[in-house]
Design a protein around this ligand. Structure first.
Ligand code: GCU
Length: 423
Protein backbone atom coordinates (compact mmCIF):
# COMPACT_ATOMS: atom_id res chain seq x y z
CA UNK A 1 0.00 0.00 0.00
CA UNK A 2 1.34 3.43 -0.84
CA UNK A 3 1.07 5.56 2.26
CA UNK A 4 -0.40 9.02 2.11
CA UNK A 5 2.88 10.74 2.96
CA UNK A 6 4.90 8.63 0.52
CA UNK A 7 2.82 10.17 -2.23
CA UNK A 8 3.52 13.60 -0.80
CA UNK A 9 7.19 12.77 -0.65
CA UNK A 10 7.26 11.81 -4.29
CA UNK A 11 5.56 15.04 -5.17
CA UNK A 12 8.06 16.93 -3.05
CA UNK A 13 10.98 15.30 -4.79
CA UNK A 14 9.62 16.41 -8.12
CA UNK A 15 8.86 19.99 -7.27
CA UNK A 16 11.01 20.85 -4.26
CA UNK A 17 12.69 23.75 -5.98
CA UNK A 18 9.49 25.11 -7.49
CA UNK A 19 7.63 25.04 -4.18
CA UNK A 20 7.15 27.99 -1.83
CA UNK A 21 10.24 29.08 0.08
CA UNK A 22 9.00 32.58 -0.31
CA UNK A 23 11.07 35.23 1.50
CA UNK A 24 8.26 37.70 0.96
CA UNK A 25 5.33 35.49 1.97
CA UNK A 26 3.01 37.57 4.18
CA UNK A 27 3.30 37.16 7.94
CA UNK A 28 0.13 37.33 9.99
CA UNK A 29 0.04 38.82 13.50
CA UNK A 30 -3.71 39.28 13.67
CA UNK A 31 -5.62 36.64 15.61
CA UNK A 32 -8.78 37.35 13.62
CA UNK A 33 -6.96 36.39 10.41
CA UNK A 34 -5.86 32.97 11.60
CA UNK A 35 -7.37 30.59 9.03
CA UNK A 36 -10.03 28.11 10.08
CA UNK A 37 -7.92 25.01 10.51
CA UNK A 38 -8.49 21.47 11.58
CA UNK A 39 -5.81 19.84 13.67
CA UNK A 40 -5.07 16.23 12.81
CA UNK A 41 -6.22 13.97 15.64
CA UNK A 42 -3.07 12.64 17.27
CA UNK A 43 -4.92 9.44 18.17
CA UNK A 44 -6.27 8.73 14.68
CA UNK A 45 -4.02 6.49 12.56
CA UNK A 46 -3.46 7.08 8.84
CA UNK A 47 -5.73 4.12 8.08
CA UNK A 48 -8.54 5.75 10.07
CA UNK A 49 -8.40 3.47 13.11
CA UNK A 50 -8.37 5.04 16.55
CA UNK A 51 -5.74 4.57 19.23
CA UNK A 52 -7.39 3.49 22.48
CA UNK A 53 -4.43 2.71 24.69
CA UNK A 54 -0.71 3.23 25.23
CA UNK A 55 0.15 -0.09 23.63
CA UNK A 56 -1.55 0.81 20.35
CA UNK A 57 0.07 4.23 20.49
CA UNK A 58 3.52 2.73 20.87
CA UNK A 59 3.07 -0.09 18.36
CA UNK A 60 1.28 1.76 15.60
CA UNK A 61 0.63 5.46 15.81
CA UNK A 62 3.91 6.61 17.33
CA UNK A 63 6.10 4.93 14.66
CA UNK A 64 3.78 6.19 11.95
CA UNK A 65 4.05 9.80 13.15
CA UNK A 66 7.77 9.54 13.71
CA UNK A 67 8.15 8.44 10.11
CA UNK A 68 6.06 11.36 8.87
CA UNK A 69 8.12 13.92 10.78
CA UNK A 70 11.29 12.25 9.49
CA UNK A 71 10.28 12.04 5.86
CA UNK A 72 8.44 15.32 5.55
CA UNK A 73 9.96 17.80 8.00
CA UNK A 74 13.33 17.15 9.62
CA UNK A 75 14.67 14.43 7.35
CA UNK A 76 15.59 10.87 8.16
CA UNK A 77 18.25 10.30 10.82
CA UNK A 78 20.81 7.84 9.40
CA UNK A 79 20.88 4.58 11.38
CA UNK A 80 24.27 3.18 10.47
CA UNK A 81 26.78 5.97 10.28
CA UNK A 82 30.03 4.09 10.83
CA UNK A 83 31.24 7.20 12.67
CA UNK A 84 33.54 6.59 15.59
CA UNK A 85 33.94 9.02 18.44
CA UNK A 86 36.91 9.45 20.74
CA UNK A 87 36.69 11.68 23.82
CA UNK A 88 39.72 13.57 25.02
CA UNK A 89 39.64 15.45 28.31
CA UNK A 90 41.51 18.61 27.34
CA UNK A 91 40.96 20.62 30.54
CA UNK A 92 39.66 20.10 34.03
CA UNK A 93 39.14 22.52 36.90
CA UNK A 94 37.85 21.18 40.23
CA UNK A 95 37.26 24.74 41.50
CA UNK A 96 35.07 26.36 38.89
CA UNK A 97 32.83 29.20 40.11
CA UNK A 98 34.81 29.50 43.34
CA UNK A 99 34.59 25.79 44.13
CA UNK A 100 30.92 25.34 43.31
CA UNK A 101 31.63 22.95 40.46
CA UNK A 102 34.10 20.82 38.60
CA UNK A 103 34.57 21.95 35.05
CA UNK A 104 35.58 19.58 32.30
CA UNK A 105 36.23 20.31 28.65
CA UNK A 106 36.05 17.30 26.41
CA UNK A 107 37.06 17.21 22.78
CA UNK A 108 34.90 14.94 20.65
CA UNK A 109 36.98 13.53 17.79
CA UNK A 110 34.76 12.05 15.11
CA UNK A 111 36.10 9.75 12.37
CA UNK A 112 33.87 8.65 9.51
CA UNK A 113 34.07 5.29 7.75
CA UNK A 114 35.40 7.32 4.80
CA UNK A 115 38.37 8.46 6.92
CA UNK A 116 37.17 12.07 7.24
CA UNK A 117 37.48 13.64 10.68
CA UNK A 118 35.79 16.41 12.62
CA UNK A 119 36.02 17.90 16.12
CA UNK A 120 33.62 19.45 18.62
CA UNK A 121 34.18 20.71 22.15
CA UNK A 122 31.95 19.99 25.14
CA UNK A 123 31.92 22.13 28.26
CA UNK A 124 30.62 20.36 31.34
CA UNK A 125 30.05 21.68 34.86
CA UNK A 126 29.29 19.20 37.64
CA UNK A 127 28.23 20.55 41.05
CA UNK A 128 30.69 19.62 43.82
CA UNK A 129 28.31 19.65 46.79
CA UNK A 130 26.02 16.68 46.04
CA UNK A 131 27.31 13.23 46.93
CA UNK A 132 27.01 10.68 44.18
CA UNK A 133 25.55 10.99 40.72
CA UNK A 134 23.67 14.08 39.61
CA UNK A 135 21.09 14.82 36.91
CA UNK A 136 22.29 16.77 33.88
CA UNK A 137 20.81 19.34 31.51
CA UNK A 138 22.25 19.29 28.00
CA UNK A 139 21.91 22.41 25.87
CA UNK A 140 23.76 23.78 22.84
CA UNK A 141 24.98 27.37 22.76
CA UNK A 142 24.96 29.81 19.84
CA UNK A 143 28.33 31.57 20.00
CA UNK A 144 30.79 29.14 21.51
CA UNK A 145 31.37 27.69 24.96
CA UNK A 146 33.42 30.75 25.92
CA UNK A 147 30.39 32.98 25.26
CA UNK A 148 28.40 31.31 28.05
CA UNK A 149 30.62 32.42 30.95
CA UNK A 150 33.33 34.85 32.01
CA UNK A 151 35.38 31.97 33.47
CA UNK A 152 38.77 32.57 31.85
CA UNK A 153 39.71 28.94 31.38
CA UNK A 154 36.88 28.06 29.03
CA UNK A 155 38.37 27.34 25.63
CA UNK A 156 36.96 28.91 22.47
CA UNK A 157 34.81 26.46 20.55
CA UNK A 158 36.57 25.17 17.42
CA UNK A 159 33.79 26.32 15.05
CA UNK A 160 34.72 29.94 15.74
CA UNK A 161 37.28 29.58 12.95
CA UNK A 162 34.53 28.59 10.54
CA UNK A 163 31.60 30.82 11.42
CA UNK A 164 32.84 33.93 13.21
CA UNK A 165 33.80 36.85 11.04
CA UNK A 166 37.00 38.69 11.94
CA UNK A 167 36.34 41.04 14.83
CA UNK A 168 32.89 39.54 15.44
CA UNK A 169 31.48 40.90 18.67
CA UNK A 170 29.44 37.79 19.14
CA UNK A 171 32.10 35.22 19.72
CA UNK A 172 33.69 36.90 22.73
CA UNK A 173 34.00 35.62 26.27
CA UNK A 174 30.82 35.92 28.29
CA UNK A 175 28.76 37.58 25.54
CA UNK A 176 25.82 35.17 26.05
CA UNK A 177 26.25 34.66 29.78
CA UNK A 178 22.86 36.14 30.64
CA UNK A 179 21.39 33.04 29.01
CA UNK A 180 23.39 30.64 31.18
CA UNK A 181 22.42 30.76 34.85
CA UNK A 182 25.23 28.36 35.69
CA UNK A 183 25.50 29.17 39.38
CA UNK A 184 21.78 28.79 39.90
CA UNK A 185 21.72 25.47 38.03
CA UNK A 186 24.71 24.12 39.95
CA UNK A 187 23.39 25.24 43.33
CA UNK A 188 20.17 23.40 42.55
CA UNK A 189 22.22 20.22 42.14
CA UNK A 190 22.26 19.86 38.36
CA UNK A 191 25.19 19.33 36.06
CA UNK A 192 25.06 21.25 32.79
CA UNK A 193 26.68 20.39 29.49
CA UNK A 194 26.98 22.69 26.49
CA UNK A 195 28.56 22.73 23.05
CA UNK A 196 28.50 25.25 20.20
CA UNK A 197 25.87 24.03 17.76
CA UNK A 198 28.13 25.23 14.94
CA UNK A 199 30.66 22.62 16.07
CA UNK A 200 28.27 20.01 14.66
CA UNK A 201 26.78 21.85 11.69
CA UNK A 202 27.94 25.43 11.04
CA UNK A 203 24.67 27.24 10.62
CA UNK A 204 24.76 28.53 7.05
CA UNK A 205 23.77 26.54 3.97
CA UNK A 206 27.16 26.84 2.29
CA UNK A 207 29.03 25.73 5.44
CA UNK A 208 27.63 22.19 5.42
CA UNK A 209 30.93 20.76 4.11
CA UNK A 210 32.74 22.19 7.16
CA UNK A 211 30.70 20.43 9.84
CA UNK A 212 30.23 16.78 10.57
CA UNK A 213 28.02 16.13 7.53
CA UNK A 214 30.76 14.88 5.14
CA UNK A 215 31.54 12.03 7.56
CA UNK A 216 28.16 10.41 6.91
CA UNK A 217 27.99 7.69 4.26
CA UNK A 218 25.03 9.23 2.39
CA UNK A 219 26.55 12.73 2.14
CA UNK A 220 26.72 14.30 -1.31
CA UNK A 221 28.15 17.76 -1.68
CA UNK A 222 25.68 20.35 -2.93
CA UNK A 223 22.63 18.10 -2.99
CA UNK A 224 20.20 16.31 -0.73
CA UNK A 225 17.48 13.73 -1.32
CA UNK A 226 13.99 15.05 -0.55
CA UNK A 227 13.86 13.25 2.80
CA UNK A 228 17.53 13.71 3.68
CA UNK A 229 18.12 15.47 6.96
CA UNK A 230 19.32 19.02 7.32
CA UNK A 231 20.89 21.02 10.12
CA UNK A 232 18.18 20.42 12.74
CA UNK A 233 18.40 16.67 12.28
CA UNK A 234 22.18 16.77 12.41
CA UNK A 235 22.21 18.91 15.56
CA UNK A 236 19.74 16.50 17.14
CA UNK A 237 22.11 13.64 16.30
CA UNK A 238 24.84 15.64 18.03
CA UNK A 239 22.70 15.89 21.17
CA UNK A 240 22.62 12.11 21.25
CA UNK A 241 26.39 11.92 20.95
CA UNK A 242 26.66 14.22 23.96
CA UNK A 243 24.29 11.86 25.81
CA UNK A 244 26.60 8.93 24.87
CA UNK A 245 29.48 10.69 26.55
CA UNK A 246 27.52 11.77 29.63
CA UNK A 247 26.15 8.26 30.12
CA UNK A 248 29.73 7.16 30.77
CA UNK A 249 30.69 10.06 33.02
CA UNK A 250 31.17 8.84 36.59
CA UNK A 251 29.33 11.66 38.36
CA UNK A 252 26.39 11.84 35.96
CA UNK A 253 23.19 9.88 36.46
CA UNK A 254 22.44 8.60 32.98
CA UNK A 255 18.84 7.90 33.96
CA UNK A 256 18.31 11.59 34.65
CA UNK A 257 19.27 13.46 31.51
CA UNK A 258 17.32 16.45 30.20
CA UNK A 259 17.68 18.35 26.93
CA UNK A 260 16.89 22.03 26.54
CA UNK A 261 17.17 24.41 23.61
CA UNK A 262 16.31 27.96 22.68
CA UNK A 263 14.68 28.96 19.43
CA UNK A 264 16.20 27.00 16.50
CA UNK A 265 17.85 24.92 19.19
CA UNK A 266 14.45 24.49 20.86
CA UNK A 267 13.22 22.94 17.61
CA UNK A 268 16.32 20.77 17.76
CA UNK A 269 15.85 19.82 21.42
CA UNK A 270 12.33 18.57 20.71
CA UNK A 271 13.46 16.54 17.72
CA UNK A 272 16.37 15.10 19.71
CA UNK A 273 14.12 14.33 22.67
CA UNK A 274 11.57 12.62 20.46
CA UNK A 275 14.15 10.28 19.01
CA UNK A 276 16.42 9.64 21.97
CA UNK A 277 14.59 8.15 24.93
CA UNK A 278 17.53 8.73 27.25
CA UNK A 279 16.30 12.32 27.51
CA UNK A 280 13.71 12.06 30.26
CA UNK A 281 12.80 15.74 30.20
CA UNK A 282 12.65 17.78 26.99
CA UNK A 283 12.45 21.57 27.20
CA UNK A 284 11.69 23.94 24.35
CA UNK A 285 12.35 27.64 24.89
CA UNK A 286 10.67 29.97 22.37
CA UNK A 287 11.04 27.36 19.62
CA UNK A 288 8.29 28.71 17.36
CA UNK A 289 7.80 27.60 13.75
CA UNK A 290 9.12 24.11 13.13
CA UNK A 291 9.34 23.70 16.92
CA UNK A 292 6.45 23.78 19.36
CA UNK A 293 4.17 26.20 17.45
CA UNK A 294 1.25 24.84 15.45
CA UNK A 295 1.94 25.33 11.75
CA UNK A 296 -1.70 25.40 10.68
CA UNK A 297 -2.40 28.63 12.58
CA UNK A 298 0.01 30.35 10.17
CA UNK A 299 0.65 33.03 12.80
CA UNK A 300 4.05 34.72 12.96
CA UNK A 301 6.80 32.86 11.14
CA UNK A 302 5.43 30.42 8.57
CA UNK A 303 6.80 27.59 6.48
CA UNK A 304 7.38 29.73 3.37
CA UNK A 305 9.48 32.17 5.39
CA UNK A 306 11.46 29.67 7.42
CA UNK A 307 12.35 27.44 4.48
CA UNK A 308 13.37 30.50 2.45
CA UNK A 309 15.54 32.03 5.18
CA UNK A 310 17.00 28.73 6.40
CA UNK A 311 16.85 26.28 3.48
CA UNK A 312 19.32 23.98 5.21
CA UNK A 313 17.38 23.38 8.46
CA UNK A 314 14.70 20.96 7.29
CA UNK A 315 14.53 18.27 4.62
CA UNK A 316 13.61 19.66 1.21
CA UNK A 317 10.32 17.70 1.22
CA UNK A 318 9.14 20.25 3.80
CA UNK A 319 9.24 23.01 1.17
CA UNK A 320 6.05 21.67 -0.43
CA UNK A 321 4.08 23.03 2.54
CA UNK A 322 5.24 26.60 1.97
CA UNK A 323 2.10 28.73 1.77
CA UNK A 324 0.23 25.44 2.02
CA UNK A 325 0.14 24.57 5.71
CA UNK A 326 -3.30 23.10 5.33
CA UNK A 327 -1.83 20.25 3.29
CA UNK A 328 0.39 19.12 6.18
CA UNK A 329 -0.73 15.64 7.22
CA UNK A 330 0.40 16.38 10.80
CA UNK A 331 1.01 19.33 13.09
CA UNK A 332 3.50 20.11 15.81
CA UNK A 333 1.31 18.98 18.74
CA UNK A 334 1.89 15.47 17.41
CA UNK A 335 5.62 16.01 17.56
CA UNK A 336 5.40 17.03 21.22
CA UNK A 337 3.22 13.99 21.90
CA UNK A 338 6.01 11.74 20.64
CA UNK A 339 7.93 12.55 23.81
CA UNK A 340 5.30 10.80 25.98
CA UNK A 341 5.45 9.23 28.49
CA UNK A 342 8.63 11.16 29.16
CA UNK A 343 8.20 14.83 29.99
CA UNK A 344 7.87 17.81 27.69
CA UNK A 345 7.95 21.47 28.69
CA UNK A 346 7.22 24.38 26.37
CA UNK A 347 7.97 28.03 27.17
CA UNK A 348 6.99 31.18 25.31
CA UNK A 349 7.80 34.87 25.67
CA UNK A 350 5.24 37.63 25.43
CA UNK A 351 7.04 39.83 22.90
CA UNK A 352 7.96 36.90 20.71
CA UNK A 353 5.02 36.98 18.32
CA UNK A 354 7.27 35.67 15.53
CA UNK A 355 7.27 32.34 17.43
CA UNK A 356 3.47 32.43 18.03
CA UNK A 357 3.20 31.96 21.82
CA UNK A 358 -0.45 30.99 21.59
CA UNK A 359 0.32 28.38 18.94
CA UNK A 360 3.10 27.01 21.16
CA UNK A 361 0.66 26.73 24.05
CA UNK A 362 -2.10 25.08 22.02
CA UNK A 363 0.34 22.58 20.66
CA UNK A 364 1.44 21.59 24.17
CA UNK A 365 -2.19 21.45 25.22
CA UNK A 366 -3.21 19.14 22.37
CA UNK A 367 -0.26 16.82 23.03
CA UNK A 368 -1.97 16.04 26.36
CA UNK A 369 -4.26 13.41 24.82
CA UNK A 370 -1.36 11.02 24.48
CA UNK A 371 -0.25 11.62 28.06
CA UNK A 372 -3.75 10.68 29.16
CA UNK A 373 -3.26 7.25 27.58
CA UNK A 374 -0.57 6.75 30.22
CA UNK A 375 -2.75 8.05 33.04
CA UNK A 376 -0.70 11.25 33.06
CA UNK A 377 -1.92 14.81 33.23
CA UNK A 378 -1.58 17.19 30.29
CA UNK A 379 -2.28 20.91 30.48
CA UNK A 380 -5.75 21.30 31.97
CA UNK A 381 -7.10 24.23 29.97
CA UNK A 382 -7.24 25.13 26.28
CA UNK A 383 -6.90 28.76 27.45
CA UNK A 384 -3.29 29.97 27.43
CA UNK A 385 -2.29 30.93 30.99
CA UNK A 386 -1.31 34.51 31.80
CA UNK A 387 2.19 35.82 32.30
CA UNK A 388 4.32 34.07 34.91
CA UNK A 389 1.94 31.26 35.82
CA UNK A 390 4.06 28.17 35.25
CA UNK A 391 2.09 24.98 34.65
CA UNK A 392 4.10 22.07 35.97
CA UNK A 393 1.88 19.18 34.89
CA UNK A 394 3.25 16.15 33.10
CA UNK A 395 3.20 18.48 30.12
CA UNK A 396 4.64 21.80 31.32
CA UNK A 397 4.34 25.36 30.09
CA UNK A 398 5.11 28.94 31.01
CA UNK A 399 4.60 32.32 29.41
CA UNK A 400 7.17 34.91 30.36
CA UNK A 401 7.12 38.68 29.98
CA UNK A 402 9.78 40.09 27.69
CA UNK A 403 11.48 39.23 24.45
CA UNK A 404 12.77 36.18 22.61
CA UNK A 405 15.54 35.08 24.94
CA UNK A 406 16.54 32.71 27.73
CA UNK A 407 16.41 34.36 31.13
CA UNK A 408 16.99 33.41 34.74
CA UNK A 409 13.22 33.22 35.13
CA UNK A 410 13.07 30.57 32.39
CA UNK A 411 15.81 28.57 34.12
CA UNK A 412 14.00 28.77 37.46
CA UNK A 413 10.88 27.29 35.88
CA UNK A 414 12.89 24.59 34.09
CA UNK A 415 14.65 23.64 37.32
CA UNK A 416 11.35 23.47 39.19
CA UNK A 417 9.98 21.21 36.48
CA UNK A 418 13.10 19.02 36.55
CA UNK A 419 12.89 18.83 40.36
CA UNK A 420 9.43 17.43 39.92
CA UNK A 421 10.13 14.87 37.22
CA UNK A 422 13.86 14.22 37.23
CA UNK A 423 14.81 14.13 40.89
C1 GCU B 1 14.99 33.23 13.41
C2 GCU B 1 14.12 32.14 12.84
C3 GCU B 1 13.43 31.33 13.94
C4 GCU B 1 14.44 30.86 14.95
C5 GCU B 1 15.25 32.03 15.44
C6 GCU B 1 16.39 31.67 16.39
O1 GCU B 1 14.20 34.21 13.98
O2 GCU B 1 13.20 32.72 11.96
O3 GCU B 1 12.75 30.22 13.39
O4 GCU B 1 13.80 30.18 15.98
O5 GCU B 1 15.85 32.68 14.36
O6 GCU B 1 16.91 30.58 16.33
O7 GCU B 1 16.79 32.56 17.16
Amino acid sequence: MIKRWSVLLLAAGMCASAAGQNKKAPVNYDESLVPAYELPDVLRCADGTRVENAKQWERKRRPELLRMFSELEYGVTPKHTGIEVEHELVAENPNAFGGLATQKQVLFKFTGANGKTHQALLLLYIPNAPKGRVPVIVSYNFHGNQSTTLEEDVIFSPSKEIVAEMGSEKWVRGEQRSRWSYELILRRGYAVATMAYDDIYPDLPHLRPYGISPLFPNYKEGERDADEWGAIGTWAWGYSRIADYLAKERRIDKKRMAVLGHSRLGKTAIWAGVQDKRFKVVMSNDSGCGGAALAKRVFGENIARITAAFPHWFCTAFNQFSENEKALPFDQHELLALVAPRHIYVASAQNDEWADPKGEYLSAYHAGKVYELYGMQGLPSAEQPGIHQPQLYDVGYHYRAGKHDVTEYDWMCYLNYCDKYLK
